[in-house]
Write a protein that binds this ligand. Structure first.
Ligand SMILES: Cc1ncc(COP(=O)(O)O)c(C=O)c1O
Length: 435
């Protein structure tokens, strides 16, 4: 089913255009002709379809019927072309370093529309963020709040802060769990009332809300809802410690994406319907402004593909191995070394491939046996020169990968724009002396 056109973000009403229904075909890659044209610029390459990102933003807004705003976590994908496009699609950005704040600014984002989370923030970057007019500093400890208070005093301002709370419990089903046990993230819920009282007393800060992010990559709708209910319950309990007026509430979404063929995609509408009464009750109480859903991969992950070309094919002890020009160095996550305990193949396909399938291992150009993109992938015969597309690659791609290990070419980046054109979107410095 397509989202109603009215719910598509401004400027992106073509989101369900040339590529068909981008909502229903969410997991289908773009046409192979598009992937082939994009790869002509050189591989390895990431291709992000901005129309799909827009369709996903629209899907979120439609599912929740406007009950939630959207905040994009820059860490998931800081590509400047993407960040510029997101200005029409989401309400705010969340950065996790001074560097990301600078990247957001370079992409035209006003610091006032930005929040800043992250453990181990340093005094200079807090100072620089406040001086730049940061919207909300997400303080993760009393010590950090004191640093921010000193920085604000030095600048002669009263900074809006939001306190990150680490619940004492995270439901089962999250790929990465950030609370419910000893954790570097946020203020433990058990100590929150006492700590928030001390933060609220700092004269140069205004404690204007609460932030929760306790788990990512969840594919179970019931677990997501249970987690948000934990957040909402804590938010109600802790609201009296905060400043007067409508408070900010940031719900760390934790929405997962189906990286692997055996993964069942999240039922977003089930989540939205289940949580709607809780959100409506909260809204009726009037203590919080419209909550923000903070998320990264759900918005951009399925809108990106990693393209790598087969350099050579080898038959070794009964197995067919295709050696690709980009592997773990360019796509750490697909190699299983970022957020995966046991390596499972990402969804992928052979571009332009047809016919009978056979098992093939896909490896990269590194001199290490951990550089594997896929093991026993069932693909039509892969020959040298073939192009492989790895799906679900729009988040945690180039910036999480060890691109400097063995000095192979840095992955290129390109986008499909609102008109369906392929546009170069490189921003990582390319290596001199390599083609
Ligand atoms: C504080 C915070 N916000 C947002 C995100 C984005 O998570 P995801 O990409 O899974 O939506 C993360 C991920 O680690 C996070 O730690």
């Amino acid at each position: 089913m397509s989202p109603p056109a009215a719910d598509l973000p401004g400027g992106w009403s073509g989101a369900a255009g040339a590529e068909g229904d981008l909502w229903a075909d969410d997991l289908a890659p773009p046409d192979d002709a598009i992937l082939t044209r994009a790869a002509a610029a050189g591989t390895p390459l990431y291709l992000y379809d901005l129309r799909r990102v827009a369709a996903r933003a629209a899907r979120l807004r439609t599912a929740f019927r406007g009950r939630l705003g959207l905040s994009f976590a820059v860490k998931a994908n800081p590509n400047p072309t993407l960040l510029r496009a997101l200005a029409d699609m989401v309400d705010t950005l969340d950065v996790s370093s001074g560097g990301e704040l600078a990247q957001a600014a370079a992409a035209g984002w006003d610091a006032g529309r930005t929040s800043f989370t992250g453990p181990a923030k340093r005094a200079p970057e807090i100072g620089a963020a406040l001086a730049a007019g940061l919207g909300e500093l997400v303080v993760e400890s009393l010590a950090e709040a004191r640093m921010a208070d000193a920085a604000a005093a030095g600048l002669g301002l009263r900074q809006k802060v939001v306190a990150r709370i680490a619940p004492d419990r995270v439901p089962k089903g999250f790929g990465d769990q950030m609370a419910g046990r000893p954790s570097p993230f946020g203020i433990d819920a058990e100590e929150a009332a006492d700590t928030l009282a001390q933060i609220a007393a700092l004269r140069n800060l205004r404690l204007a809300g609460l932030h929760f992010y306790s788990g990512t990559q969840c594919l179970r709708a019931d677990a997501v809802v249970e987690n948000w209910r934990i957040f909402i319950g804590l938010a109600r309990d802790l609201a009296p410690m905060c400043a007067d007026g409508p408070l900010r509430l940031i719900l760390g979404a934790g929405l997962g994406i189906p990286y692997h063929l055996t993964d069942t995609p999240l039922d977003l509408q089930a989540i939205a319907d289940d949580i709607a009464p809780d959100l409506d009750a909260l809204a009726a109480e009037g203590r919080f402004a419209r909550p923000l859903l903070e998320l990264g991969r759900y918005l951009v992950g399925p809108a990106g593909w990693f393209l790598t070309r087969v350099v050579a094919v080898k038959q070794s002890r009964g197995q067919r191995i295709a050696l690709c020009d980009g592997g773990m160095n360019a796509h750490l996550a697909a190699s299983g070394h970022f957020g995966m305990v046991i390596h499972r193949n990402y969804r992928l396909h052979l571009v332009g491939g047809a016919g009978e399938v056979e098992p093939v291992n896909l490896t990269g150009p590194l001199c290490t046996s951990i550089d594997r993109l896929a093991q026993g992938a069932m693909l039509p015969r892969v020959e040298p020169g073939a192009l492989i597309a790895i799906h679900m690659s729009g988040a945690y791609g180039p910036t999480t990968s060890p691109v400097n290990f063995i000095s192979h070419p840095i992955p290129r980046e390109a986008v499909v724009d609102a008109e369906g054109r392929i546009v170069a979107a490189d921003w990582l410095p390319q290596r001199a002396g390599v083609e």
